[in-house]
Design a protein around this ligand. Structure first.
Ligand SMILES: [Fe+2]
Length: 442
């Protein structure tokens, strides 16, 4: 049974309009080939992605959009402005003759980490910026949108890859808007509700199955002409030994058993850095879990809720994932094993496409509602070369001291995923919707 959307209905997508037009002209339902023959134009895709950002931000007040609860999390207002700055800096300024930036000082405020572009406001202090306000940011977005839509009437070949990057970049920030405001709201004793919870799917608990894969040399990484981030390539060969991997991530119920067995008090399960982090941070459970009598509840973007054992466990760090695996007598999959399994497992969860504020109950498959930690450090693939200039700073300079996560999460925009997609975070990070699944040698 499909669940209701967790966010308010989105503005109608241009691509849907095109499909409807086609349908009424033919006076019969469009065949798949006909819809596929009229893909949305660049301008339509641009407008759609930009509208989705505004849609996600809409339930948030000016105060909500200004707060920054920790250095890793940015204010909603900053995300809305930074994604706009990205198009202005990398598309409009270099490719539109005589383009005038909206406001000179915005480059300093909304540059994230691009050294080649120039100095910038300190990341931990983004929440100290009350001006420009959200109305100014709306004006900024409208100004850049107008210039972008004018440019996209006849874009040069050089603009198209930058536009793709800008759209995918904005989709990454759409996810961050949700995870960052969740962190801020979680610190508020009144436990704000971002959206009301939808009805839950009635699915009986299913037993986790193990999938087996033969060893061999597999091609890993993105190939083909469709968009992928530079860190997904070059495609290359990897030797993978026979392995088994679970057909779904670890559930909240599974994780509760780990806690009940003293998981957070037994150093034998933990990596040294993980155990030190548990001590320092006084962790006793995943992020956002809170003691409720003898048990636990969790803060969610739907407010405080009882735990649901059938949901994937979320908001765990790499350290917690690795400790659980050690407790279970298993291990985490490498990112190569994950990709081999995802590419060679038919069928995916038959879910409607929507950004969600909270993970759904588990089903079998590799595109779940939590990102999945892997045992692989975030390193460049053989032959990887960082692009020249500021754009080269997008991914390459972060390839140290982080671990790879695969899949997607409930907050990932529809279509913004691939079997080769490499997300990455430092081992202690747990404010994303991060979970994991288990693997073992066969
Ligand atoms: Fe960014």
């Amino acid at each position: 049974m499909a669940e209701a959307y967790t966010l308010p209905p989105e503005p109608r997508r241009h691509s849907e309009k095109s499909a409807r037009k086609l349908q009424s002209a033919n006076r019969e339902p469009p065949r798949e080939q006909q819809v596929a023959a009229t893909p949305p134009s660049l301008a339509e895709r641009y407008a759609s992605v930009r509208a989705t950002t505004e849609h996600i931000a809409k339930p948030l007040t000016a105060e909500d959009q200004t707060i920054q609860s920790m250095p890793d999390a940015s204010p909603t207002k900053w995300h809305r402005a930074h994604t706009t700055w990205f198009f202005e800096t990398f598309v409009l300024s270099p490719h539109v003759d005589g383009y005038q930036t909206f406001a000179d000082r915005y480059g300093y405020l909304f540059n994230s980490y691009y050294e080649a572009v120039g100095p910038r406001h300190a990341r931990p202090a983004r929440g100290m910026i009350t001006r420009p306000g959200i109305a100014d940011i709306a004006d900024y977005r409208a100004y850049v949108d107008e210039a972008m839509l004018r440019l996209l009437k006849s874009p040069s070949p050089a603009v198209q890859p930058l536009l793709e990057l800008g759209l995918n970049h904005e989709q990454q920030h759409q996810e961050l808007i949700l995870t960052d405001i969740k962190h801020a709201f979680s610190l508020n004793p009144i436990q704000p509700v971002y959206t009301e919870a939808p009805a839950k799917a009635e699915c009986g608990r299913q037993k986790t199955e193990w999938l087996s894969f033969e060893g061999g040399i597999y091609q890993i990484g993105h190939f083909g002409s469709d968009f992928a981030f530079d860190n997904e390539g070059p495609a290359h060969d990897e030797l993978v030994r026979r392995f088994r991997i679970t057909d779904r991530p670890v559930s909240t119920g599974d994780y509760r058993a780990f806690i009940a067995d003293g998981g957070y008090e037994r150093p034998e399960f933990w990596l040294s850095d993980g155990w030190a982090t548990v001590q320092t941070m006084q962790w006793q459970a995943p992020g956002y879990w809170q003691k409720e009598g003898d048990g636990w509840s969790a803060y969610t973007l739907h407010g405080a809720r009882a735990l649901d054992d059938d949901e994937p466990v979320a908001h765990v760090s790499y350290y917690e994932a690795a400790a659980f695996a050690a407790w279970a007598g298993k291990r985490l999959p490498t990112e190569f094993e994950w990709e081999v399994a995802a590419r060679n497992t038919p069928g995916e969860p038959n879910w409607d496409a929507a950004v969600r504020a909270h993970p759904r109950r588990l089903v079998t498959g590799f595109l779940q509602d939590v990102w999945e930690w892997t045992a692989s450090p975030y390193h460049p693939y053989p032959g990887y070369r960082q692009a020249a200039g500021a754009i080269g700073e997008y991914n390459g300079k972060f390839m140290v001291n982080q671990m790879v996560l695969r899949g997607r999460s409930c907050a990932t925009p529809p279509g913004h995923h691939r079997p080769t997609y490499r997300n990455f975070f430092p081992p202690p990070a747990r404010w994303q919707f991060s979970g994991f699944r288990l693997a073992e040698d066969a």
